[in-house]
Design a protein around this ligand. Structure first.
Ligand code: GAP
Length: 516
């Protein structure tokens, strides 16, 4: 674990040093849990967004995309339940004066139990070697079963207490588990209290006429209030989906782990409108579909798992997370929620406008049910970045830091490098850049020895380097060097477009969803 913490620290400083992510308004000492994306980060983020949009909107005949405003009429948030129920249970440690989310303290405790299970698995795998059957071990080993039972019982009790608003029991649970404040080490806790996460602001010039507004805490409501507009103007037939990508804001109390939990972040959400009674079938389909999207990026099946919710959000009748193995353990990356007709029915009630769909097959009108998929763009960015980071020891015992970002998402697709800054090589290299940049994000670098330039490109995750040398002057060929294998090939300049395409083409990557 300590090792993983070290790795995570390195990822964070690498992100800053190589122009991916920096703290917002850093010259004023920053703003807690608010971050800016620098030149490489902005490209990577855009590529993730496009990968999602292509898969979700453009490749699905029955899903369309919108872009709703961040400001919404304040009644939206009354209808959605956020004014009354979008709370975090907070607890303070009286000695350190530090504030925590009570559920996070308990979940961290459970994560420690899960880490013990992993340790047992590793030990047994070593002991049994080739003959080791993980599934069998997990299902039969007495100690592991006890750990599992303990973890499940804790989560179940917490879920129930939170659902029943029994905050006293949440505190009791923290005390019974002997959870201490990570800072002071003490068990001197206050009572647990609810805290609303929405940011308030005002619309209007004068104090009396100003209207209280909220910055949206999720993009989903912009879709719900536009359901009928889109359905009618797009002549959409159920089942159909509406997707959008946009900013969301939450006054997170426990803002930590870099861009994992931010106060201003971006969501990529899709609401799928369906006939009542079909929600289980669609919930299952979307769970599968979203997992396939993740697996298509090749970041390792073992790094993902589903976590079915015990504690359901105020709008859901079933919910699961896709969790990813971040350097600080398995954590939520995406949520898939069966939201019933909760939102549309409430917007009908609060607005007095009908939000119904006439189903020609059933010959009746109804308020559709909704299955939603919701992923944080920044959290996906962190998954990609932390998974990509590697300090590799090479055959000659030197090391290189390489970001093995899936090539389709890499900020820069290829770098063109003249071997020397003379003899006409820069001119040829620049001409290659001019030709390629219409299709790909290409960089040009002529400074320092070529080996150092390769390292610089490895550090930002550029899949290909193209080197122009004196042979190029004779035969119009260049050297292509691959980031991951460091293999080098001599190819004709005319082949470059198709070589880059075969590495980075979205079509090729998204087709992997078919076999995932
Ligand atoms: N519309 C449903 C919804 O908002 P959620 O589980 O609260 O559900 C969905 O959020 C996703 O948004 C999460 O899985 C996570 O990836 C991302 N997310 C939520 N809060 C976040 C935060 N404070 N910082 C970064 N990403 C966040």
């Amino acid at each position: 674990m300590a090792n993983q913490e070290e790795v995570f620290k390195k990822v964070i400083s690498h992100a800053k040093e190589y122009g991916f992510v920096v703290q917002s308004s850093e010259i004023y000492d920053g703003l807690s849990a608010v971050y800016d994306y620098a030149q490489n980060g902005a490209e990577l983020k855009k590529n993730i967004r496009e990968y999602w949009w292509k898969a979700m909107v453009q490749l699905n005949q029955n899903i369309v995309g919108i872009d709703a405003a961040i400001f919404m009429h304040p009644t939206t948030w009354k209808a959605s339940g956020h004014v009354d129920a979008f709370n975090d249970p907070l607890i303070d440690n009286k000695d350190s004066k530090k504030r925590y989310r009570a559920d996070v303290l308990i979940e961290d405790h459970v994560a420690k139990i899960e880490a013990k299970i992993e340790k047992e698995v590793k030990k047994a795998a070593k002991r049994f070697g080739e003959a080791f059957d993980k599934e069998q071990f997990l299902g039969t080993n007495q100690r592991v079963l006890e750990y599992q039972e303990k973890a499940e019982a804790i989560l179940k009790r917490m879920g129930k207490s939170l659902e029943n608003e029994d905050l006293e029991d949440v505190k009791n649970l923290i005390e019974e588990l002997g959870i201490v404040c990570p800072l002071s080490g003490s068990r001197n806790w206050t009572d647990v209290k609810q805290f609303n996460l929405m940011f308030g602001t005002k619309l209007g010039a004068t104090a009396d006429s100003a209207m209280d507004l909220y910055l949206r805490p999720e993009t989903a409501q912009g879709i719900f209030v536009n359901f009928l507009n889109v359905q009618k103007s797009g002549r959409m037939k159920i089942p159909f989906g509406i997707a959008q990508v946009g900013k969301a804001f939450r006054n997170e109390i426990v803002a930590r782990q870099f861009i994992f939990r931010m106060r201003e972040f971006e969501q990529m959400e899709m609401q799928f409108f369906i006939a009542p009674g079909t929600q289980q079938e669609w919930y299952k389909k979307w769970k599968e579909n979203r997992m396939k999207w993740h697996l298509s990026l090749g970041m390792g099946e073992e790094n993902y798992r589903f976590h079915d919710h015990e504690k359901l959000a105020h709008y859901a009748d079933a919910a699961a997370d896709i969790e990813f193995r971040f350097p600080f353990g398995f954590k939520e990356l995406e949520g898939i929620h069966s939201r019933t007709d909760f939102d549309l029915a409430n917007h009908e009630k609060y607005s007095g406008k009908k939000l119904q769909y006439f189903d020609p097959e059933q010959n009746k009108s109804y308020v559709p049910y909704v299955v939603e998929t919701s992923i944080g763009l920044d959290r996906m960015f962190l998954a990609v970045l932390s998974h990509a980071y590697e300090e590799e020891t090479l055959e000659n015992n030197s090391t290189r830091v390489v970001l093995r970002i899936p090539a389709v998402l890499a900020p820069v697709k290829a770098a063109v490098l003249p071997l020397v800054k003379k003899d006409g090589l820069p001119e040829i290299a620049k001409k290659i850049v001019e030709d390629l940049r219409w299709e790909f994000n290409i960089s040009y670098d002529e400074k320092d020895a070529v080996g150092r330039r390769y390292r610089r490109q490895d550090a930002v995750g550029t899949p290909l380097c193209i080197t122009v040398d004196h042979d190029t002057l004779q035969d119009n060929t260049v050297t292509v060097r691959y980031r991951d294998s460091m293999e080098q090939k001599r190819v004709a300049i005319a082949e470059l477009t198709s070589i880059i395409k075969s590495e980075v083409d979205m079509k090729h990557w998204l087709h992997k969803m078919d076999t995932a």
